[in-house]
Design a binder for this molecule. Structure first.
Ligand SMILES: [Zn+2]
Length: 367
């Protein structure tokens, strides 16, 4: 007698079904043949239907003593055995089932084609624009509101936070926030300023306005004006959405989709966070951040020479060994453009930042 295996659901069985052996008998289907709990289910009350995600499962259902039972034939092999040994009582229903899954398969195929076209459309667009992806990135980035960008920034910051030793005591965090706030006055972003205890001479901005300044950078600066120059530069990377664009550029179409749908779940966020440490900006973005940052310094009446001095000092010290310069390369052209812009803007009436910088540095955790 032919037999197949199927998942059996019924009273007293595992909730996710039990794999059992089923024999195709003359009177009915024999469940658990040869076992003490063997039972025969007459064909008459059995209902055949299609189930599963792709409708490729065959479900045989019946009720016994007012309780529902069913067998699910998940694999084609079991279905073939039943179809090859179709009991006459089930024949009409099995013919119907075959027709149904054939139609379902056709519909699925049509669905897949439509889905593929839908999914491919952006790629076709991307392929067309591959010679210059900036318009696509710009398009995607323009679709994200500042509010969503800030939410994304908060999520990224939360991801990074455990790896940062944030300094919350002492003057440094308060003063960095004060200088930053002065520079960012009137910006649509609610900037959040952080100081991290780390010897690297570095600072970075997260989309949406978290700016992290390392204690190493504060210690390497000789005046608050030097740090103000770095902050102005970082603020502009946020305002011009350089960071956001660079992340999208590096992470590709998945970021574009996340950007447009607002769905940041899964590994993408982690990848965004990893990007923060290694993001490099292009030369034009660096110059843009310098020149616009210069305007922020002017607005805040902060001496621009601090900015020039600091970048110049760092590039003479160790070039790319300094973290800040490896992510914000200070090329000769960049420095020349900055000097030229300072000259061109002309002197403005600056007010020295009223901080005792030596004391600020001394308030940082000792190394
Ligand atoms: Zn930069």
């Amino acid at each position: 007698m032919a037999s197949f295996s199927a998942l059996c659901f019924g009273p007293g069985l595992q909730p996710h079904g039990e794999k059992i052996s089923v024999q195709i008998g003359e009177q009915g289907l024999c469940l658990w043949p040869g076992e003490p709990r063997e039972q025969i289910i007459p064909y008459q009350p059995i209902q055949v239907s299609a189930g599963g995600f792709d409708h490729e499962q065959m479900i045989l259902a019946w009720s016994k003593d007012a309780q529902a039972w069913s067998l699910t034939l998940t694999d084609k092999h079991a279905q073939d055995i039943l179809l090859a040994h179709t009991p006459p009582a089930l024949a009409p229903q099995l013919v119907q089932w075959r027709k149904k899954i054939h139609g379902a398969k056709k519909r699925m195929r049509a669905g897949w084609v439509a889905l593929a076209l839908f999914l491919l459309a952006p790629f076709l667009l991307l392929a067309v624009l591959l010679w210059n992806p900036d318009p696509v990135i710009g398009w995607a980035v323009n679709r994200i509101s500042i509010e969503n960008e800030q939410k994304l920034g908060d999520l990224i910051f939360e991801q990074i936070r455990p790896s940062l030793k944030l300094v919350t005591q002492g003057e440094a965090p308060r003063i960095i926030a004060e200088i930053g706030q002065k520079l960012a006055t009137g910006s649509p972003y609610a900037f959040k300023w952080h100081v991290a205890d780390d010897p690297a001479i570095n600072a970075f901005a997260i989309p949406g306005g978290h700016v992290v300044v390392f204690s190493g950078l504060i210690k390497a600066a000789d005046s608050p004006e030097e740090v103000a120059g770095v902050l102005a530069h970082e603020i502009e990377h946020v305002l011009q959405r350089h960071t956001l664009k660079a992340m999208v550029h590096n992470l590709g179409w998945r970021a574009v989709i996340a950007m447009v749908t607002g769905d940041w779940t899964g590994s993408l966020l982690g990848e965004f966070a990893t990007q923060m440490g290694i993001l490099k900006y292009g030369r034009d973005k660096e110059s843009e951040a310098d020149l616009k940052g210069l305007q922020l310094l002017k607005q805040a009446r902060i001496d621009p020479n601090g900015m020039e001095r600091f970048f110049d000092k760092l590039s003479r010290q160790g070039g790319t060994q300094i973290a800040l310069l490896s992510t914000h390369p200070a090329s000769k052209e960049r420095m020349e453009a900055l000097s030229a812009a300072i000259k061109e803007t002309g002197a403005w009436r600056s007010q020295p930042l009223p901080y005792d910088w030596g004391r600020v540095k001394a308030s940082l955790p000792a190394r």
